[in-house]
Write a protein that binds this ligand. Structure first.
Ligand SMILES: Nc1ncnc2c1ncn2[C@@H]1O[C@H](COP(=O)(O)OP(=O)(O)OP(=O)(O)O)[C@@H](O)[C@H]1O
Length: 263
């Protein structure tokens, strides 16, 4: 069975405040990485919460997974239960919603996640004594051991150094392909996102602006429209597009219209 996710006219509202409207997608398939990008407050986290069933709104979220398995959602801010060790917290994540018995398979899955994320030496440290980046790595391990089929990662590498960002995103892309997981990942670093993304979903002002392969979607015109930047997009042969930001389109347009700059 191919796992998949599709949105039809999906909206998100907090009380009377409408955040997202009319988000529709074709099937996003297991094995695909979809980078969800857009400016601050565009609604990326809200969309993830809606897909995870934690926010309400119009439209339909269609999920096809084994035995109706819910998406695994890694929020932007993860709560820390400082009483647990790293190992216990990952074991608890693995057992979420299941029986309390712990078998060899479970222990092996935890060891694998600790190894994959290169945090084995943290296993018996308390969560409360970790750095922000270390905590983020543990949260990713907690998500991976839940055997995700649809995975929603909200800025999972925001606290990581350059090397760790590269390693974690490469791991996510490899697992998506090997285990046929459908991954949606919200991320501000466009070049990191584009390196691993099969598709890009661009949100701005509560709407879906574009969805498709990075080489088709990421253009200087889109970057100016969505982010207000003047940017060059380099596209090498067979490589992911690479964005070089050269300036602020907002400032440039103000210079061109001095009456605005004076305001
Ligand atoms: N629980 C909430 N109640 C009311 N409004 C909310 C709530 N959560 C988010 N919002 C509002 O919804 C809008 C979208 O927020 P959201 O966190 O989804 O954006 P985002 O694209 O993930 O932003 P960022 O890139 O800054 O993390 C913002 O205007 C925010 O203030």
């Amino acid at each position: 069975m191919v796992k998949r996710l599709a949105l039809s006219e999906v909206g998100v509202a907090y009380g009377k405040r409408q955040i997202l409207t009319g988000i529709s997608t074709p099937d996003l398939l297991g094995g695909e990485v979809v980078a969800v990008i857009g400016p601050n407050a565009a609604g990326k986290s809200s969309l993830f919460r809606r897909i995870a069933g934690m926010a309400s709104g119009a439209g339909t979220v269609e999920i096809v997974s084994s035995a109706g398995k819910a998406p695994c959602y890694l929020p932007q801010d993860t709560a820390v239960n400082a009483v647990l060790t790293v190992y216990e917290s990952i074991l608890l994540a693995r057992k979420q919603g299941g029986s309390w018995g712990v078998g060899d398979e479970e222990l092996a899955a935890i060891d694998q996640a600790l190894h994959d994320l290169d945090i084995a030496e943290l296993a018996f440290r308390g969560l409360g004594e970790l750095s922000g980046g270390q905590r983020q790595l543990v949260s990713i391990a907690q998500t991976l051991v839940r055997r995700p089929e649809i995975m929603l990662l909200d800025e999972p590498t925001s606290a990581l150094d350059l090397h760790r960002q590269f390693e974690v995103l490469s791991l996510v892309a490899r697992l998506a392909r090997e285990k046929k997981i459908c991954v949606l990942i919200a991320i501000h670093d466009l070049n990191q996102a584009l390196r691993i993304a099969d598709k890009v979903m661009v949100l701005a002002k509560g709407r879906l602006v574009a969805l498709g392969p990075p080489r088709e979607i990421i253009t200087p015109a889109l970057l100016e429209e969505v982010y207000g930047v003047v940017a060059r997009v380099e596209t090498g042969d067979g490589e992911a597009p690479f964005v070089v930001v050269q300036g602020s389109a907002r400032k440039a347009s103000q210079r061109a219209r001095p009456e605005l700059a004076a305001l």
